[in-house]
Design a protein around this ligand. Structure first.
Ligand code: ATP
Length: 509
């Protein structure tokens, strides 16, 4: 597994992510977002919200509570079925998710496959066709078949809740505990992931509650409220961002799998029978949203689910190439009418829509898009962080964040701390701060200040120098190319507005 340490330490050193309550040695799989991290996170959230709510006249947003009536979770199936299969190693006493052990085993085979492909690419040079190689090279074909067979069996066993077979699979594949190296495993058991808590002052009258494990149910229970008060016509969507809580069995890999995290979800309500076409459309729209950030189409892929959750008739993940391999970033689910019907049953209230075109009432079907905000943060951050060797042989640390997401858009740097340059720089900052997140830095040599902004991901630096005093021009430096251009001071605002206009990013979705 690729070392996550460099991401964790950069995130800490540059004020993006801190371990939670660090002075008490932290809390496992819980993190705090620091001054730059919170801005990056907010920018990702805004980018999602704008693309979903602002750009779709038939999608509106809500912000439901984390606490919900406990029957919600009975109706949604979470009390009975929100489980992960866990397995313990008797020697190390470490607990694992049984499905993840098998998936990690497959990821190792995939690594071997990648190595074969890289070797062949070197051997064949320009003429190399990776797609052809993957389908014809016997060794690579064999690896792929092995992965397919294993994942199919895992999916089927989990679907049938055949935990004995999941255990058998781990045994047959001779999977050993990464900690102890031993294959001394317990049986596989189900473990419910919801956190329980209590509402009320006295022990006798207290009511058992759960911290919500997904934001979706807050949307379902409000479906009719929103539809009626917003006079929404199907098809329409309800979007929400907010915290969710899961008592994850294995919470490693930094902010990839946390116990408290944030989701950005949208439930799209449609007439029954149209789910296939909407599911395909939302899969594509959501992939396009990811691609609009410019992090490379080769880093994304769809993974269609073998094992479907209790509420779904089709499901796919958009996977991203994280430092530890391709993993789920977003889920798109065709949730049928499961949730609304179930809430009707448990609440005794009708959750139906009168369709004026069909002149009939029905419980709508739902297509859901659900992306983890923290996971998206990790995708962007890990893709962006790189060490570059420059022409003069020196290196620089670069955080190549998509400019639209960068915490600070522009840093204003007076070349020296005298001769009226700081005053001019501060004036420019006062001008720009209405539209952009601006930083001011006058400490150290300007080269060092550029490096600092590179490591923070700031896409533009404006330097005020002595020439500014003479002809009111400044330099604008581009983070990625490091090229500097001299432009009129009065043109800076207009140039930045153009470069950072969200329209240029979202218009191709
Ligand atoms: P996984 O298989 O990784 O546990 P999931 O399929 O249970 O994820 P969903 O219930 O579909 O995830 O949740 C939607 C999204 O929420 C996921 O695609 C992921 O981005 C995010 N997410 C889920 N669990 C966590 C977590 N523990 N920490 C951070 N993000 C999470």
């Amino acid at each position: 597994m690729t070392d996550l340490k460099k991401f964790i330490s950069h995130a800490k050193e540059y004020g993006f992510v801190f371990p939670s309550s660090e002075i008490y040695d932290g809390l496992s799989a819980v993190y705090d977002y620091a001054q730059n991290g919170v801005a990056l996170k907010k920018n990702i959230r805004d980018y999602w919200w704008k693309s979903m709510v602002q750009l779709h006249s038939n999608i509106v947003g809500i912000d439901a509570s984390i606490f919900m009536h406990p029957t919600t979770w009975k109706a949604s199936g979470h009390v009975d079925a929100f489980n992960d299969p866990l397995i313990d190693n008797k020697d190390s006493k470490k607990r694992y998710r049984a499905d993840v052990l098998v998936e990690d085993y497959c990821a190792k085979i995939e690594n071997k496959m990648d190595k074969e492909i890289t070797k062949a690419a070197k051997r064949f040079g320009e003429a190399f066709n990776p797609e052809e190689f993957k389908t014809t090279n016997p060794r690579v074909v064999g690896y792929q078949e092995k992965i397919n067979t294993i994942l199919k069996r895992l999916g089927q066993s989990l679907e049938k809740e055949d935990l004995v077979d999941v255990r058998n699979l781990i045994e047959e594949l001779e999977i050993a505990c990464p900690e102890s190296g031993s294959r001394n495993w317990t049986d596989v058991k189900q473990f419910n992931l919801m956190f329980g808590t209590k509402l009320g002052a006295s022990a006798e009258s207290a009511m058992d509650l759960y911290l919500r494990p997904e934001t979706a149910q807050g949307i379902f229970v409000n479906f009719l409220n929103v539809q009626k008060t917003g006079r929404m016509k199907i098809p329409f969507g309800i979007a929400q961002t907010g915290k969710a809580f899961r008592n994850e069995i294995v919470a490693r890999q930094f902010i990839f799998r946390m116990r408290e995290f944030e989701q950005m979800e949208m439930q799209f309500f449609i007439p029954p029978g149209t789910q296939k076409e909407w599911y395909d459309q939302w899969k594509q729209t959501r992939l396009n949203w990811h691609l609009s950030l410019g992090m490379g189409a080769e880093n994304y892929r769809f993974h269609d689910h073998e094992k479907l959750a209790h509420y779904a008739d089709a499901a796919a993940d958009i996977e991203f190439k994280f430092p530890f391999g391709f993993k789920e970033l977003e889920g798109i689910h065709s949730r049928t009418d499961f949730d609304l019907k179930s809430h009707e049953e448990f609440s005794g209230k009708k959750l139906q829509y009168f369709d004026p075109e069909l002149n009939e009432n029905y419980v709508p079907y739902v297509v859901e898009t659900s992306v983890g905000l923290d996971r998206m943060f990790l995708a962007v951050f890990s893709w962006a962080l790189r060490e570059e060797t420059l022409e003069d042989g020196s290196t620089r640390t670069l955080l190549k964040l998509p400019a639209i997401l960068a915490p600070t858009k522009v840093a204003i740097l007076p070349l020296v701390k005298k001769d009226g340059l700081p005053e001019l720089a501060k004036q420019l900052m006062d001008d720009l701060k209405w539209n952009h997140a601006v930083a001011y830095d006058e400490k150290d040599a300007v080269g060092r200040r550029y490096r600092r902004q590179d490591a923070l991901g700031t896409p533009y630096c404006i330097t005020i120098d002595h020439q500014t005093l003479e002809d009111r021009t400044v330099t604008i430096r581009d983070r990625d190319s490091m090229k500097q251009e001299r432009i009129a001071l009065d043109a800076v605002g207009g140039i930045l507005n153009e470069k950072l206009d969200i329209k240029n990013w979202l218009k191709n979705i």
